[in-house]
Design a protein around this ligand. Structure first.
Ligand code: 5GP
Length: 137
């Protein structure tokens, strides 16, 4: 695990970013390659790789900032909606291994729609749900 991420460089002002908000625990700045204009990342100043190792209080701070800035991002670009996601590990698309939440402004005509959806075979959902319950026990 490394803490020398590109986001740490932004936090330390070693590389530029379009910062829109900062407090003691988090920073928010525009994604350099936006899915839509206004695409914003909220990043904890305390390092975590992703959802699988982030501490409760760190995630709480991130989500507080997400909630705080979401209306401002929406209003700034006159978005019709917003997709809020967190990619965790490469299989999900994570490319920067420093936890972050994406605020992606959405527009009725942006053409992105919904992630493709699948169907369970009979019994599959019940089996998976039971495995999750056991993992939590
Ligand atoms: P991930 O795929 O890891 O969930 O998202 C990482 C995001 O960080 C990507 O959308 C990418 O465009 C953005 N990103 C990567 N490097 C930089 C950078 O140097 N500055 C900014 N502002 N965003 C970056």
């Amino acid at each position: 695990m490394t803490e020398d991420t590109v986001f740490m460089k932004i936090i330390r002002r070693e590389i530029p970013a379009d910062i829109v908000y900062e407090d003691a625990s988090t920073i928010a700045f525009l994604d350099i390659r936006p899915n839509n204009p206004g695409h914003t990342l909220v990043v904890p100043k305390t390092f975590a790789r992703n959802i699988f190792d982030i501490r409760d209080e760190t995630l709480d701070a991130v989500m507080h900032t997400v909630r705080l800035i979401a209306p401002a991002v929406r209003n700034a670009v006159s978005a019709d909606g917003m997709t809020i996601i967190m990619n965790n590990e490469p299989a999900s698309g994570q490319i920067v291994f420093h936890a972050h939440v994406h605020l992606i402004p959405r527009f009725s005509n942006d053409g992105f729609g919904h992630l493709p959806q699948k169907q369970y075979v009979p019994g599959e959902a019940a089996s998976i749900a039971e495995k999750i319950r056991q993992a939590l026990a």
